[in-house]
Design a protein around this ligand. Structure first.
Ligand SMILES: NCc1[nH]cc(CCC(=O)O)c1CC(=O)O
Length: 310
């Protein structure tokens, strides 16, 4: 019997993502023994250090580096990542397969709706993008850093007396915690992180068996969306440590519409662009929107944020 070892982080969310990815594969390929194996990432070992520090030490791959090393060392054959946690630069020897569909890409506010948050309310998030977008919409809010996996973050928000916490709707849904969502934040102006809600399926480039087996199983629309969003990130030389949102949707005529925004960390300035292009060439759309953002003054906002977050 062929064994395929599937790696992921240890979190409940990572396990839920593996289960979601493997369920249809196990039905389709009953002759293959898919085994799960946990790989610990640097972000999982160190819960106290601020994430920007962990990320800097791991060269931006605090959520993916150990799993990529395990793939290259053939300790695992496939990794199921949260796509948005993957650095945009490709890793030599590894390839990403088209993602299997996409969960809700939106951010969710848990604890209160935006309108019901009192003046000066305390909202938990450690993400520079979420901080910046919240302050742009509500300059009165006090942003409180909060780290850890999704369930502990919800618990911390309650125990710590926060008025709300921002989390990805996708993670909450996958964990069966959709009931904790008070409000789904609209993608305009709360543009999500590039690739949010998608699974990043990674294998070794030279693994012809898995490549052939899984060819054609991904979702072409989700693939085009994520490609456009990540191409924008590459063109801006950005990562999840900068206040950049990018969200592509597939239009009824099959073309791709990409909205992206760069927001000053304190929310006082913002540049946003939306453009449309052919789904057959999502990378060009991503690069064009990045160029438009820079033409409209996103450069100094990114530089200022880089100086703070590293
Ligand atoms: N950086 C943490 C992270 N990475 C992926 C998700 C879940 C959402 C997704 O799959 O995109 C989360 C939690 C969050 O942002 O609330």
């Amino acid at each position: 019997m062929t064994v395929v070892t599937v790696g992921s982080r240890a979190s409940h969310l990572a396990r839920a993502q593996v289960a979601e990815y493997l369920a249809p594969l196990r039905r389709r390929f009953p002759h293959i023994d898919f085994r799960h194996r946990v790989v610990t990432e640097s972000a999982d070992k160190d819960r106290r250090t601020a994430l920007v520090e962990v990320s800097r030490a791991a060269n931006g791959a605090a959520f993916a580096g150990a799993q990529e090393a395990a793939l290259l060392a053939k300790e695992v054959d496939l990794v199921v990542h949260s796509f948005k946690d993957l650095p945009a630069a490709p890793t030599p020897g590894l390839v990403l397969l088209p993602p299997p569909g996409r969960e809700d890409a939106r951010d969710a506010l848990c604890g209160n709706t935006l309108d019901s948050l009192p003046k000066g309310a305390r909202v938990g998030t450690s993400a520079p993008r979420r901080t910046a977008q919240l302050l742009a919409a509500r300059p009165d809010l006090r942003i409180v850093p909060i780290r850890g996996n999704v369930p502990p973050r919800l618990a911390k928000a309650k125990a710590g007396g926060l008025d709300a916490v921002v989390l990805a709707a996708a993670g909450l849904r996958r964990l069966g915690r959709a009931g904790d969502i008070s409000e789904l934040l609209p993608v305009d102006p709360f543009t999500p992180s590039p690739a949010q809600g998608a699974l990043g399926i990674q294998i070794r480039e030279d693994d012809a068996m898995l490549r052939d087996l899984l060819a054609g199983l991904g979702d072409p629309e989700a693939d085009a969306q994520v490609r456009a969003e990540r191409a924008l990130l590459t063109a801006l030389r950005s990562g999840c440590d900068l206040p950049v949102g990018a969200y592509a949707r597939t239009r009824s005529d099959g073309s791709l519409s990409l909205t992206a925004r760069v927001t000053a960390l304190d929310g006082t300035r913002e540049v946003a662009v939306t453009a449309t292009g052919p789904a057959a060439d999502p990378e060009t759309l991503g690069r064009n929107v990045a160029e438009d953002l820079l033409c409209h003054g996103a450069g100094p906002l990114l530089e200022a944020a880089r100086a703070v977050t590293g």
